[in-house]
Design a protein around this ligand. Structure first.
Ligand code: ZN
Length: 193
């Protein structure tokens, strides 16, 4: 922890870059990804402060939209779309994802009941994956597509997709290489950006 504190102590010594942020934010992208520490959206995209609005959840899950039971995830998505007017939403899954791996393997999660219940409530079965493949690539990519479907069902997203003001993208990030692939509708495959 100490190196992180040391960095934070000196981080604010760049007033000229940050002063304009007091005027507000107008990010063009909502970036939804896993809480995994190996996935660093600003590093992957090169985004500077103010450029990416982020939602991070265990397993980059977009939970079902429930109008009678608001969630923090739905609030973040709705704010990004309706108030900030982002033009793109990226759902980015990643290789070696612990959440997707647990679903694929059917891990016993009774020791972490909140994780167990979150995955049970929010995630669909991501499909099978090669048991010898530690990246769980196939399952993660299926899982990303399932989250995109969920996202499209959010009323604010559905409306803006229909009138062409919003695009949604599915990404797959390899934590061990840094490579990013995007789902292409024409080939129905994840291909290099
Ligand atoms: Zn993950």
């Amino acid at each position: 922890m100490q190196p992180l504190i040391d960095n934070a102590r000196t981080f604010g010594q760049r007033p000229e870059e940050f002063a304009k942020l007091a005027a507000g934010q107008s990010p063009q992208v909502l970036f939804i990804t896993c809480s995994d520490s190996r996935v660093v959206p600003a590093l992957i995209t090169g985004a500077r402060p103010g450029e990416l609005f982020e939602l991070r959840t265990a397993g980059n899950i977009v939970p079902p939209y429930l109008s009678d039971r608001p969630t923090g995830e739905a609030a973040t998505i709705e704010y990004a779309v309706e108030v900030l007017g982002v033009q793109d939403v990226v759902v980015c899954g990643h290789s070696h994802c612990g959440a997707v791996g647990a679903l694929v393997r059917g891990d016993d999660l009774d020791g972490v009941p909140a994780v167990r219940d979150w995955l049970a409530h929010a995630a669909d079965e991501p499909g099978t994956s090669d048991p010898d493949d530690p990246t769980v690539m196939g399952a993660v990519q299926n899982h990303v597509l399932a989250q995109l479907l969920r996202l499209r069902s959010y009323p604010c997203v559905e409306k803006r997709l229909a009138d062409g003001r919003l695009r949604v993208r599915g990404w797959y990030y390899e934590v061990h290489t840094g490579a990013v692939r995007e789902h292409r509708a024409d080939t129905d495959r994840f291909e290099a950006l």
